[in-house]
Structures are given as C-alpha cells and as structure tokens.
Write a protein that binds this ligand. Sequence first.
Ligand code: ATP
Length: 252
Amino acid sequence: MSILTTNRLTKSYGEFKAVTDVNLDVQPNTLHAVIGPNGAGKTTLFHCLTGVQRLTSGRILFDNKEISKLGPEKRSSLGMSRSFQVTSLFLEMTVRENLQIAALGVSSIDGFRFWSSSASTVKKTAAAVDYALETTGFENRAETIAGDLSHGQQRMLEVGMALAQQPKLILLDEPTSGMGVDDIPMISDLVRRLTKDITVLLIEHNMGIVLEISDKITVMQLGQILVEGTPNQIKNDQRVREAYLGGETEDA
Ligand SMILES: Nc1ncnc2c1ncn2[C@@H]1O[C@H](COP(=O)(O)OP(=O)(O)OP(=O)(O)O)[C@@H](O)[C@H]1O
C-alpha cells in the first residue's frame, strides 16, 4: 500500500499553472525522486506536499489520511518530516543540542516544549537523538558546535534534524545543492540508508545522483509528469533526454 499519494494535485499562481494534475504514488521504504529541468514545478510540488503552500485543487493522502488542508506542523506531527535548512540550525549549539531541539520541537520554534518535558518525553527524545546521531554517523561529533561543521556536514545535520522527529516519510529538497563534489557521496549514502527504516521523497536537480540512488523516479516538465520509472527506464527514455539539455542525461 502507498504511503503518500497525490490525486490530480494542481497549483496555480493566478492564471498560470505551476503544477498540473500530478498523480504521485510513493511506496513505503523506497527512495522516490522527483526531478525535472528548471521551472518544471518541483519546488512548488514540494511546498504543496509539506503544507507550506495550499493546493489549488486535488488531494494528498498520507498514510491513508487526507492531509490536503493541513498545515506543516500538523503534517509533521503525523510523521511527515522535511529536512531543515542550514539557516535554521542553531550554529552556536552542539550537534546533539540541535537534534534535541528538533526531537522536542516537532517543527516550529513555537512548538518547543522544553519546560514541560515528562520523564517519558525525555526518554523518547534521547532515543530519537541517538537514532539521528547513529543514522547520520555523527556519534563522534555529537558535542561539536554546529557552526564548526563543514558546509556538507551542516547539510547532513539538516537531515539529522528531520530524522530526530522520527518520521515515517522524509521530504528532502535538493539535499546536495551547494555541496562540494567530495561531500556528495556522504549525503547520497545517508539518503540511501534511510529507506531501511523510512520512506524518502527527494526533490533533486542533479540527474546523476538520482539515477544512482533512487528506486523510482518521476520526471516533471512544465508542471506535469513527463515520465516515471526505474533509473534504468529513465536513463534510456528519449523524452527525458530531450527534456534535459538536448540529449544529455548525466548531471544535467
Ligand atoms: N510565487 C510564484 N508566483 C508565480 N509563479 C511562480 C511562483 N513560484 C513559482 N512560479 C513559477 O512556477 C513554475 C515552476 O516553478 P518551480 O520553482 O516550482 O520549478 P522548479 O522545478 O523547482 O525549478 P527550479 O529547479 O528552477 O527551482 C516556474 O515557471 C516559476 O516561474
């Protein structure tokens, strides 16, 4: 059974349709990537899925519940977490403290519940932080100040913050953007590992990474789904080659 589906998801800005009739079907414990050239509608789709933007029409079902009209906090409390941005890390705090905040706070600063933590919350939080530390491989850096991490490591910590919320599904928006080539394997290995426990929906521009690590790929163009399939199917699809820089499929 699917963990996330969209049914004719459409988002318009005035007369302009940025996303049109998108039907996504994300299976549990898979890495499902959405790719497409500039302006394809990936970011708009991402914001509609996280609840940052309202759909113009269509429906979103997560874990068998309709979530189309729920805000970001509610979605995250149901188990749908998005990766934080480097700009939302607490750079003067340690890695562990950042993860604790994410584990306690669910998603917004207003939601933090430091002061009313019961013993069971503290225990649950510790387990969530341990899970995030272990999965990101940050066990040895737990006491490092986040501001002292490299840019690539900070991006890993963003993913860790989402993991500390112990989601069923994690949504990642271009997790490798701005990363040096040497750091990219670190994050792509992490993303790949995640599907052991949870589901990953990855919005990504870099075709090379997506072909390497995804189970299923949805290619968007001009707000619509152009083609879907396994990395092999996508790699060999003429329509995809044409959409990406006149024939190139690597790193377009
Ligand atoms: N707030 C907005 N108002 C009007 N048009 C918008 C708005 N946001 C996005 N668009 C338009 O919607 C289309 C899809 O944009 P979107 O950012 O979702 O694409 P994308 O696939 O994420 O592209 P990129 O890889 O360049 O970020 C584009 O034509 C864009 O100009």
